[in-house]
Design a protein around this ligand. Structure first.
Ligand code: NI
Length: 257
């Protein structure tokens, strides 16, 4: 199992789980076929770290924004500081933003208000969004229909029906380690219906390591297992799928060669 040109559209190398060996892990990725990653910030601090990583490594790009978990802590000053940073060359998206009604770490009205604010900012800046939607499918879909951003719903956990609605809006579907889990049913149904040119590969590392490495700290090289599962479901060649997904990522996030 050795693939090339893997592009991971969703990672968190800024996470403290990489504090002990971050540079070692990142430097080793290219040997394992990884050619690009997007590091997604979740609040002011992690967004600044994502930018720092993008400035240190050629193949790292940054998405910056405030995650629904952190919605309640974000200050107006944080949002203004982030807004000024979208002008940076390697900041390619507004994310990760969205709604999480599973954990409800921030009250829903605050999550909704901040999500709308960031959707509208993305449109104002003509940047794609990276959306987190956990158990908030209806509200997420309604707001995507209202703002019509370009972007991706990452770690897509809705039904195949919802996927079709998201695709109709012109958006992309991000699939990761969850497609390899034994209880994966919906993600596999989704994987089967997404057109090749709208699919993105991702890890969400350090989380969501695919089977057979489930439970371990994930990194972008493990995407190979996810790609194999997706290729199996879609009856296509693994490297062809990886190449198409890289092409999709570069198109969506306007990354040159
Ligand atoms: Ni994430």
């Amino acid at each position: 199992m050795m693939y090339r040109n893997i592009f991971d559209t969703h990672s968190h190398y800024d996470d403290d789980k990489f504090d002990a060996d971050r540079d070692e892990v990142l430097s080793g990725l290219s040997e394992n076929g990884v050619c690009g990653v997007i590091d997604c910030g979740c609040d002011r601090e992690s967004s600044l770290k994502a930018i720092a990583l993008s400035e240190k490594y050629d193949f790292v790009y940054a998405a910056i924004g405030v995650h629904p978990h952190e919605a309640q802590e974000a200050t107006q000053a944080d949002l203004e500081e982030l807004k000024a940073l979208y002008a940076k060359e390697k900041v390619v998206a507004v994310g990760e933003i969205g709604l999480d009604y599973h954990y409800d770490f921030s009250p829903r009205d605050i999550q909704l208000e901040l999500f709308e604010k960031q959707l509208s900012l993305a449109n104002e800046l003509s940047l794609p969004v990276i959306i987190h939607d956990r158990e908030a499918h209806e509200d997420t879909l309604n707001l995507l229909k209202k703002y019509k951003p370009c972007g991706v719903v990452h770690c897509f956990s809705g039904s195949a029906e919802m996927a079709k609605e998201v695709l109709k809006l012109g958006m992309y579907i991000g699939l990761g380690g969850a497609v390899t889990f034994r209880n994966a049913k919906k993600p596999l149904e989704v994987a089967a219906v997404v057109p090749a040119e709208r699919l993105l590969l991702e890890t969400d590392c350090p989380y969501m390591a695919p089977v057979p490495l489930r439970g371990s700290r994930c990194d972008s090289s493990m995407i190979a297992y996810t790609a194999e599962k997706l290729a199996e479901v879609r009856s296509c060649d693994v490297q062809v799928l990886i190449d198409q997904c890289r092409k999709n990522a570069k198109e969506l996030f306007k990354i040159g060669n």
